[in-house]
Design a binder for this molecule. Structure first.
Ligand SMILES: [Ca+2]
Ligand SMILES: [Ca+2]
Ligand SMILES: [Ca+2]
Ligand SMILES: [Ca+2]
Length: 250
C-alpha cells in the first residue's frame, strides 16, 4: 500500500504543470495592479484590479466558485492613477479591505469592505496620506506587532520615498502616523515578509538593491545571510564527506 502510494505520488509529481487562459474582463482603459482574495467571504478567491486612465476605477470581480466572475465597483471617478494595491483586514472587522496607491496625486488610500460587497454600493474611501509624491507600490504587515496591519509604501522619481504608516487600531479616523521614511533613489517595490518571526519589509529597487527594513530585522539581515551561506557550505561539505565514506566502504 505504501509503495503504491509512493509510486502514484512520484508519477503525479512528474506531470508537467499546465495553465489555461480564461478571459475575466476586457473593458479596461488601462489596467494596473491586481490581487486575489475572498472579498465576500464565501470561501472562493475573488479578484481586484485598478483601471487607472479615463475609467479611473477600482473593481472587484466576484468568483461564482467555478471561475466565472462578475464585475463590481469598489470606486469610480477617482482620477490620476489608482494602481498597485494590497489586500488585508485593515480595520479588523473580518472583511478584506484594499489599500492602494494613487500614483500621480501621491495619495495612499484604503477602501473599506462593508461585509456586503455585492450590494452595488461603492466602498468607503479613507485617506492614509496625500503626501507620497509618485506613490508607486504598497504592502501590508503588522510591522510594530501590536495586532493590526500597518502599511508600507514606496514612491518613485516624483518623491523617492520609502515609508511605513502605523495603524493605531482605529484606521478609519484619518490619523495615520508616518513613522519612518527612508530616502530611495529609484522606484521601489515593498514586500512584506517575516524574517525570524520579525515583521520585515523588503525594498527592491531598480538599482538593484534589496533592503530589509524593520528596526531589528534591518540589523540582523546581514547575519541571516551569513548564517544561510554557512549552512549551505556545511551541508555541501557533509555531502562530499559522506560520498567519500561510501566509496571507502565499498
Ligand atoms: Ca469569494
Ligand atoms: Ca463566490
Ligand atoms: Ca475590514
Ligand atoms: Ca500594527
Amino acid at each position: 500500500m505504501l509503495i503504491t502510494a509512493l509510486l502514484i505520488s512520484l508519477a503525479a509529481s512528474s506531470d508537467p504543470i499546465t495553465f489555461s487562459e480564461h478571459l475575466i474582463f476586457d473593458q479596461f482603459s488601462y489596467p494596473y495592479g491586481i490581487a486575489a482574495g475572498d472579498f465576500d467571504g464565501d470561501g472562493d478567491l475573488d479578484i481586484s484590479s485598478a483601471d487607472c486612465k479615463t475609467n479611473d476605477s477600482l473593481y472587484w470581480f466576484e468568483n461564482d466558485g467555478a471561475g466565472r466572475f462578475t464585475q463590481h465597483f469598489v470606486q469610480k471617478n477617482d482620477p490620476e492613477r489608482l494602481e498597485r494595491h494590497a489586500l488585508g483586514d485593515i480595520n479588523g472587522d473580518g472583511h478584506l479591505d484594499i489599500v492602494i496607491v494613487k500614483n500621480l496625486r501621491g495619495h495612499l488610500l484604503w477602501f473599506e469592505n462593508s461585509g456586503t460587497p455585492r450590494d452595488g454600493k461603492l466602498w468607503k474611501r479613507h485617506v492614509i496620506t496625500t503626501e507620497l509624491p509618485g506613490a508607486y507600490d504598497v504592502t501590508l504587515a503588522d510591522i510594530d506587532r501590536d495586532g493590526d496591519l500597518d502599511v508600507a509604501a514606496s514612491s518613485w522619481i516624483l518623491g523617492n520615498q520609502f515609508a511605513w504608516f502605523e495603524n493605531d487600531g482605529s484606521p478609519d479616523d484619518g490619523t495615520w502616523t508616518n513613522f519612518i521614511r527612508y530616502g530611495a533613489t529609484t522606484s521601489s517595490i515593498p514586500a512584506a515578509n517575516s524574517l525570524n518571526s520579525m515583521p520585515t519589509v523588503f525594498r527592491v529597487s531598480s538599482s538593484p538593491t534589496l533592503c530589509a527594513s524593520s528596526s531589528f530585522a534591518f540589523r540582523i539581515f546581514p547575519f541571516c545571510i551569513a548564517m544561510y551561506l554557512l549552512g549551505f557550505l556545511v551541508a555541501r561539505t557533509s555531502r562530499i564527506l559522506l560520498s567519500k565514506l561510501w566509496i571507502f566502504l565499498l
